[in-house]
Design a protein around this ligand. Sequence first.
Ligand SMILES: [Zn+2]
Length: 251
Amino acid sequence: MSQIEKLLAVYKIERQLRGLQSRLRTAERFLQEQERQLTGLGSQRESLESQLRQLEASAREREGEMALLDERIEKLRQQMNTASTNKEYQALLVEVNGQKVERGRVEEDALELLEKVEQVKAELDSAHQQHTEREKIRDVAETDRAQRRDEIKDRVTELEAERARVAAEVDAKTLATLEKLLEERDEDAMASIEVLDKRRHEISCTGCMMTLPVELLNSLLSGVLTNCSNCGCFLYLDEEATARLGAGSKR
Ligand SMILES: [Zn+2]
């Protein structure tokens, strides 16, 4: 096996591994998204709970104020009953009316607060419901993730052992380059060439579709590890390219 063939073997196993793991990664991303939404819903719920506590406290305060005003008005009325002069009576009447206006204002305020309390309670109910529903989705996502992991576990172990065996035949620096290319370009980490014109030795990279200089073909044919001069991927000759180049090659 040439270096290119060995590297191609690693690449093919890597592709299989990545293919298997991509469904698991999708499941993991979905699960993470559910966790993120649950955190958001949780803090929304907390903020509504704190709003509700404040509104209820304010409403209670207004009710206390109203009770004090009622007491004050009642006291003024009693004073009116025992007023000795008309002037005194009129002055008390003015004060009673003033207190009544104030009581009306506080009552309006209290009613508005109670309305808001009901509103926030409804929002809180809906937030609770959303949280419960999201928890269910999260639980399903968790089961799904575990299931996918179990499904591929054995095959992944098998492929990883195979990759380790094949990779041992390739030098570390080349392997590192392949890993990097796989991270950046996935399936385009390695590409075959397309023979555009056999006689004129015109070839292109099937990864980036660019025409390549003839030296690269010579280097490939002599079994040297060759990278595309445009996209940087490792080049190899697939069956089709080998067949098109025919028996005349030095390979
Ligand atoms: Zn290329």
